[in-house]
Design a protein around this ligand. Structure first.
Ligand SMILES: Nc1ncnc2c1ncn2[C@@H]1O[C@H](COP(=O)(O)OP(=O)(O)OP(=O)(O)O)[C@@H](O)[C@H]1O
Ligand SMILES: [Mg+2]
Length: 200
């Protein structure tokens, strides 16, 4: 809910469709969700590189990066996680309006929060990518040493250990990083984008 009533939308003369026309591709949020260590950041970085090489404009929003700035006043309580995702959703929407593919890589463990972002943008502008890897795999990778800390009780409310992860029910794309290589995961997403007409 807005805190002020005295705000009026001011339209631009250049529209989202104009910007898409200039770019020669559509724009959408590619929303990566999955456990810590499932590969959201790794896959989104590679996907961005691949899209860039095809002349596609992108911007990557990543959990830790955003928490250094925009969301540095937020923690990991359910309320703060919700506000974290809400803000990212709004920023993603601006980026989509700017004509870019936004690659958002956040654990985003709650279905309701992800669905709120889906509702925020127009039909077809939210591509949910479920980065599916078992807790065992993620824990064995433990790229940031966070599972170790969570097991030692040094981090409370860690997703997959003592906080829930709600799997997407109908994700647009699922990448099983237990089985697929990094390149195969990237190709699966690129194929989806071509198949659905996001890219030429
Ligand atoms: N097939 C694969 N796809 C992606 N990553 C893989 C794969 N196999 C192994 N890995 C490794 O798994 C780790 C995934 O870590 P990454 O930081 O991308 O996870 P994340 O989902 O972004 O976690 P967090 O939510 O903590 O940011 C990396 O060390 C990566 O090299
Ligand atoms: Mg990450």
């Amino acid at each position: 809910m807005a805190k002020s009533e005295n705000i009026v939308w001011h339209d631009s003369k250049v529209t989202k469709e104009d910007r898409r026309g200039l770019n020669k591709h559509k724009s959408a949020v590619i929303w990566f969700t999955g456990l810590s260590g499932s590969g959201k950041s790794t896959v989104s970085v590679e996907l961005e590189k691949e899209l860039y090489s095809q002349g596609v404009r992108t911007y990557r929003l990543d959990g830790d990066n955003v928490r250094h700035g925009l969301n540095k006043n937020l923690g990991f309580s359910p309320e703060d996680r919700k506000e974290n995702i809400r803000r990212i959703g709004e920023v993603s929407k601006l980026m989509v309006d700017a004509g870019l593919f936004t690659l958002s890589a956040f654990i985003s463990p709650y279905r309701e929060d992800r669905d709120e972002v889906r509702e925020l943008v127009e039909d077809g502008e939210f591509i949910e990518v479920f980065v599916d890897a078992s807790v065992e795999t993620c824990e064995s990778r433990d790229p940031k040493g966070l599972y170790k800390k969570a097991r030692a009780g040094e981090i409370k409310g860690f997703t997959g250990i003592d906080a829930p992860y709600e799997e997407p029910k109908n994700p647009e794309v699922t990448i099983d990083t237990d089985k697929l290589t990094l390149e195969e995961s990237v190709q699966k997403i690129v194929s989806y984008l071509k198949e659905k007409g996001y890219l030429e």
